[in-house]
Design a protein around this ligand. Structure first.
Ligand code: 4AD
Ligand code: MG
Length: 447
């Protein structure tokens, strides 16, 4: 029996006869030869059909085979440096070919330039393109590496609710839904508050799931539905949190490099930039970051940049600030100690400086900016009540959360990492919407 192989394993079959099952991505005709670029889900491989090798009639069908036709190809594997594909360098000589379906001729995503809106309307077909295939393969490995690292470092996976009674990250980005006799419920902005309950039973936990933000922002960094992993740890302060984050992110990058190099290369990613992503990562305070941005602003001759880089102590960073900062570092950089006024209610104040909180964001290099946000949490019950009042958050909804501070409160910390932003950075792509199979933004819920 001829083995049915996956294209990603083709290097192991040179000189042998194999069967590949997939779809015709491209076709080039050269007289008595037809080159089919066939994708099978695990890779792209060139299949070469020679008229003399095939039954009369079959070759004529192949010459007219439309893009996306489904096929089963059998023949010998040859190594050939020139052969295109992912991974390239191999081809299959077609001895037999079964055409499972000859696709319709009017394929919407035919091989030519398409506008972004058109591509997004056809996301169900766009997914088949090599670039989208490569990005989403990287995504799957990022997700697997996240779980692998946490599971093997003593974290217990906890699924936190999606339907929630209250805000975690501020009331302005809540999606609301009617909820029987209870009135309203909100789609989760974060599982953090529940993980803060979970640590008192399990010590170190993480949740990993879809997260919803009714973000009005139309930037290339914002989705309304995205995936976030949120580790949370008891007996952990801000410094220990940063140590953990750099190990975690370093592991994810190195595993992606190990398993997804063909995909990254096909995207044109500069691998040497990712190879440098090993701990430790640089750390700067918010105060120093503001001073750095101010200095860059003073040094630039570009009037537009001068405008965009305007900053005063107390402001949150915008995308231009983060981009400018991260261009100064080869590794992700921790910015810690943000002003209390720009961060969520639950963050522990800096000792002796209540206007600053023990928060930390990790900004990815090459202009990518924030990929994680975290903090040490307030452990004092009285201070937490004060902060809820300042943020005008209702005590009833947070009753359970306040109780966590009365029964064995400890210093604890955690962070959230957005999967799509991390994948965008690793793949070196412009827009986060390509880093999730079916993106949701304020302007899009289709397909
Ligand atoms: O900084 P954020 O809002 O932090 C929290 O939600 C905390 N409760 C996490 C925690 O401490 N457990 O979000 C964390 C990360 C961001 O750094 C970013 O990567 C991603 O989630 N993120 C988004 N990704 C895509 N689209 C959006 N609208 C996002 N908002 C946040
Ligand atoms: Mg944040």
């Amino acid at each position: 029996m001829t083995p049915i192989i996956r294209v990603e394993q083709i290097a192991d079959y040179v000189g042998q006869e194999v069967t590949v099952r997939g779809w015709v991505y491209n076709r080039t005709d050269k007289g008595k030869l037809v080159f089919l670029l066939v994708r099978d889900g695990s890779g792209f491989v060139q299949c070469v059909a020679f008229k003399g090798d095939l039954e009369p009639g079959l070759f004529d069908q192949i010459v007219r085979l439309p893009q996306e036709s489904s096929v089963v190809v059998t023949g010998p594997v040859r190594a050939d440096q020139r052969a295109p594909g992912i991974p390239g360098g191999f081809e299959v000589g077609v001895k037999q070919i079964e055409i499972v379906q000859a696709a319709d001729e009017d394929y919407p995503m035919a091989l030519k330039e398409h506008g972004v809106d058109f591509a997004l309307d056809n996301r169900h077909l766009w997914l088949r393109m090599p670039s989208q295939w490569a990005i989403l393969r990287v995504r799957a490995t990022v997700i697997s590496a996240i779980r692998e690292w946490l599971d093997s470092n003593g974290f217990v996976g906890m699924d936190t609710p999606i339907l929630t009674p209250a805000a975690c990250e501020g009331t302005t980005t809540l999606f609301e839904t009617p909820y029987f006799d209870e009135g309203k419920a909100y789609l989760a902005q974060s599982g953090q508050l529940y993980n803060e309950a979970n640590i008192f039973s399990f010590g170190k936990v993480y949740c990993f799931g879809p997260t919803f933000r009714a973000e009005k922002s139309k930037t290339r960094r914002h989705l309304t539905e995205f995936w976030m992993v949120e580790p949370e740890m008891a007996f952990c302060d801000l410094d220990q949190l940063m140590e953990l984050e750099e190990q975690f992110v370093g592991h994810i990058v190195q595993r992606v490099l190990k398993e997804r190099t063909p995909e990254l290369k096909s995207l044109g990613r500069d691998l040497s930039k990712l190879e440098k992503i090993t701990p430790p990562f640089p750390r700067i305070s918010y105060d120093d970051a503001v001073a750095m941005i101010d200095q860059m602003r003073a040094e630039t001759d570009d009037p537009e940049q001068k405008e965009l880089l305007k900053i005063e102590w107390g402001m949150d960073f915008g995308a231009p600030h983060e981009t400018a900062l991260t261009n100064r570092f080869e590794k992700p950089v921790f910015v810690y100690g943000y002003p209390t006024q720009v961060k969520a209610f639950y963050m522990e104040p800096w000792p002796g400086r209540p206007e600053v909180c023990k928060s930390v964001d990790l900004l990815a290099p090459e202009g990518y900016g924030e990929i994680t946000g975290g903090s040490e949490r307030i452990s004092s019950p009285d201070l937490l009540v004060e902060r809820l009042d300042q943020h005008k958050l209702p005590h009833e909804a947070f009753k359970w959360y306040l109780e966590l501070r009365r029964f064995g409160s400890v210093p604890h910390s955690g962070f959230g990492m957005g999967v799509e932003r991390t994948v965008s950075w690793m793949c070196g792509i412009e827009h986060i919407r390509e880093a999730i199979p079916f993106p949701r933004t304020i302007k899009r819920v289709y397909p």
